[in-house]
Design a protein around this ligand. Structure first.
Ligand code: NAD
Length: 436
């Protein structure tokens, strides 16, 4: 099939590449000329495990090409995916200007039947709006389908190739059949393509992300309470997670969720509720608790250093909002770093993939290190913000020899309390006893 993908970020590029992998001819369109040039030169512009192999293979096979021209994309594809940003607007709602702007262009340019597929995360009613905007100018038939994306950064390729489910919101038989044909190779193991109306599909995505954000946040509150009463959240987590009604995943406490999805999606659903006079009380709490949780390590750091962080230098391991990505949007590490800088401290940071993105944002306000151990030189303490695998079994002797104060503040509970106790370092984590 001939496919076009408009917007080649984390979702668009993975979608385009994986659809090319099953034999489709894919044109990826982006307004960012530099990005398109990079991709034409064979460079993957984001870090996403396994993407490079598929990217390379499909470019070489001539199935995956790149363009800055929307016109070219519209001419090529019988199915047009919109994988455009829907960032948080000032009032918390999703900014639909990218999606509706491109929809307007589509209406003016299409000359034969197209299926316009909204892959961006959008509020209920957006498919209807896209339909109206295109219909203003369109001189041919078209259908608008809602097809929210559930891939996780860091596992995006695997998630796309083997989705647990595909949700398609469509009220057109013709469009539904095309979507089923396109996705058939991805559900050979029997996972479902769930067909529903557009509004329900749009809400499914927000409901799923908000539920997961609430699950994390619930566990963070349990962890905070554990600290007050002397319980150990690791033990509570294991005890809870073995209940199959609860499940083991998304129960790990830490310094809050971040990224380009959960924060904005929870806020957007909360705001959508307000718009129809519905008060999402749970989401209101999730937003507030998570905001506070991002700096949950700060009071511990301040107490340890007698409220005097002036001229202290902190090594920060992990900047990305989660491991296996270079994405720093809404990353808790950055909130904590801002607080440290505000308190007069200095920061030496290390992240396996996200440092270039942070450099662009912070320039020379913080130092960057080539290795995790180099970040420890001449620093007072170590702070861990992202659970990258390489931080999980560090050389504690090296840590102790490098740090001025023998102390680790761990926002992701990477180490067993008993192991750290044996190493003889002071250790502060989330929802567990402090080792001083
Ligand atoms: P992104 O910011 O990484 O990429 C968006 C791309 O769109 C950029 O490359 C940008 O240059 C391009 N773009 C902007 N305006 C354009 C235009 N007029 N024409 C062509 N290209 C244009 O965004 P993303 O993370 O891929 O997210 C896209 C959508 O998918 C959002 O709605 C997001 O909420 C949703 N989503 C994201 C994830 C994720 O893990 N990142 C997962 C599921 C859903």
């Amino acid at each position: 099939m001939r496919i076009s993908v408009i917007g080649t970020g984390y979702v668009g590029l993975v979608t385009g590449t994986c659809l090319a992998e099953t034999g489709n001819e894919v044109v990826c369109v982006d307004i960012n000329e530099q990005k398109v040039q990079k991709m034409r030169n064979g460079e993957v512009p984001i870090y996403e495990p396994h993407l490079d192999v598929l990217f390379d293979r499909n470019i070489k096979a001539g199935r995956l090409t790149f363009s800055t021209s929307l016109e070219e994309g519209l001419e090529h594809g019988e199915i047009i995916f919109l994988a455009l940003p829907t960032p948080e607007d000032e009032d918390g709602s999703a900014d639909l200007s990218y999606v509706l702007g491109v929809a307007d262009d589509i209406g003016k340019r299409i000359t034969e039947y197209k299926v316009i597929v909204d892959k961006s995360t959008v509020p209920v009613g957006t498919a209807e709006k896209v339909q109206e905007v295109i219909a203003k100018n369109a001189k041919c038939d078209f259908d608008v389908v809602s097809n929210p994306e559930f891939l996780r950064e860091g596992f995006a390729v695997d998630d796309f190739l083997k989705p647990e489910r595909i949700v398609v919101g469509s009220s057109s038989q013709r469009a539904t059949e095309l979507m089923e044909k396109l996705y058939k190779p991805f559900v050979r193991s029997g996972n479902p393509i769930i067909i529903m109306d557009e509004k329900s599909a749009e809400l499914t995505k927000y409901a799923a992300n908000s539920f997961l954000a609430a699950k994390i946040t619930f566990m963070n509150e349990i962890a905070n309470y554990c600290e007050k009463v002397g319980a150990d959240v690791d033990k509570v987590r294991r005890g809870m997670g073995t209940d199959s009604r609860i499940g083991k995943r998304f129960l790990f406490p830490g310094i809050g969720y971040g990224g380009s999805c959960f924060p904005k999606d929870v806020k957007a659903l909360h705001k959508s509720g307000k718009d129809v006079d519905y008060d999402f009380q749970i989401l209101d709490s999730v937003i507030k608790v998570n905001q506070k949780q991002k700096t949950a390590l700060l009071p511990k750091i301040k107490t340890y250093f007698d409220n005097d962080l002036d001229d202290k230098t902190f090594a920060v391991w992990g900047l990305a909002f989660k491991p296996e990505t270079d994405d720093i949007r809404e990353a808790p590490a950055l909130y904590l770093i801002d607080e440290l800088l505000n308190a007069g401290a200095k920061v030496k940071a290390f992240d396996p993939e996200a440092m270039d993105n942070v450099k662009r944002k912070y320039e020379d306000r913080i130092q960057f290190s080539k290795t995790m151990y180099e970040a420890l030189d001449n620093t007072d303490a170590l702070i861990i913000c992202t659970e990258w695998s390489i931080f999980r079994t560090p050389d504690f002797k090296k840590i102790k020899d490098s740090l001025k104060e023998n102390v680790i503040f761990d926002g992701r509970n990477l180490y067993d309390i008993s192991d750290v106790e044996k190493e003889g370092v002071s250790y502060f984590s989330i929802g567990r006893k402090d080792i001083i």
